[in-house]
Design a protein around this ligand. Structure first.
Ligand code: MN
Length: 261
């Protein structure tokens, strides 16, 4: 940088700072916004507190039989992850059946029941042995999927964003503190549509455990408090249409219910 450009830069910065200080009636510390954006939170059972959601991570093909039904070989694939936008969350109270809108653009709308881990500690390169210390709570969730768009985009080697990461694609029940539930290393996980059992498996059939998912994710991203991890779905995913009622269950958690409208 020569003398002239250095001088100009300094002068510009000085003028800007002076103007900022001199403006009457303008807050200098807190930025004001022209409108507000609602924060995404998830209720915590037995508490007045709500969990602030920072990011939603999802693992793909984490049960061998589901990986096979999606056309991949589960024995050779490392875990892969994608994200949903934070406001994809649809909170569903236990004992209720929440209306869930059938999304636009799809003709093959699928359910995927999943265990969700909620983090209260972050980090990079988290060891598997201490990974579960980062889990604050667990919940039952649905990774709703526009399967036709996910497949078509994947076939075209395009991002599958609109197949997975759309509005209200992440229904979730309230959080249950890990200090009270303990880890969910095993236990039944099932999903019914209109009372008919569709998905039925055990959490111990996950290819990558929740601890391993946290360890792997933290190699790619710095995890933070407020992150949710959808831990993958068992086999026998399938379509729903308007009017269908989905009832999902994980042993140790209240059921999650939605009606497609
Ligand atoms: Mn999923």
């Amino acid at each position: 940088m020569d003398r002239r450009s250095l001088f100009e830069t300094t002068a510009t910065l000085g003028l800007g700072a002076l103007a900022g200080c001199a403006l009457p009636g303008v807050a200098q510390t807190a930025a004001r916004t022209p409108f507000s954006v609602p924060a995404t939170t998830v209720p915590i059972v037995g508490s007045d507190l709500v969990f602030p959601v920072r990011r939603i991570y999802c693992i793909g093909r984490n049960y061998a039989a589901h990986a096979r039904e999606m056309g991949s070989d589960p024995t050779r694939e490392p875990p892969f992850f994608f994200q949903k936008p934070t406001d994809a969350i649809q909170n569903v109270a236990p004992g209720t059946v929440a209306d869930h809108p059938y999304p636009t653009l799809t003709r093959n709308y699928h359910y995927e029941v999943e265990l969700v881990a909620a983090l209260h500690q972050g980090g990079r390169n988290i060891p598997i042995a201490s990974a579960l210390d980062h889990v604050y709570a667990y919940a039952i969730g649905l990774d709703m999927t526009r399967r036709d768009l996910q497949r078509a985009l994947g076939d075209e080697k395009k991002p599958w964003e609109i197949g997975k990461s759309f509005d209200r694609s992440a229904p979730i029940g309230p959080l249950h503190l890990a200090s009270q539930t303990g880890p969910f290393a095993k236990g039944g996980i099932w999903l019914k549509v209109n009372g008919v059992l569709k998905q039925n498996a055990n959490l111990d059939q996950m290819i990558w455990s929740v601890a391993e998912q946290i360890a792997k994710l933290s190699e790619a991203f710095e995890l933070m408090p407020g992150d949710l991890i959808y831990s993958g779905t068992p086999e026998n995913v399938g379509p729903v249409v308007r009017g269908d009622v989905i009832d999902c269950h994980i042993d140790g958690l209240p059921n999650l219910g939605i009606r497609i409208v």
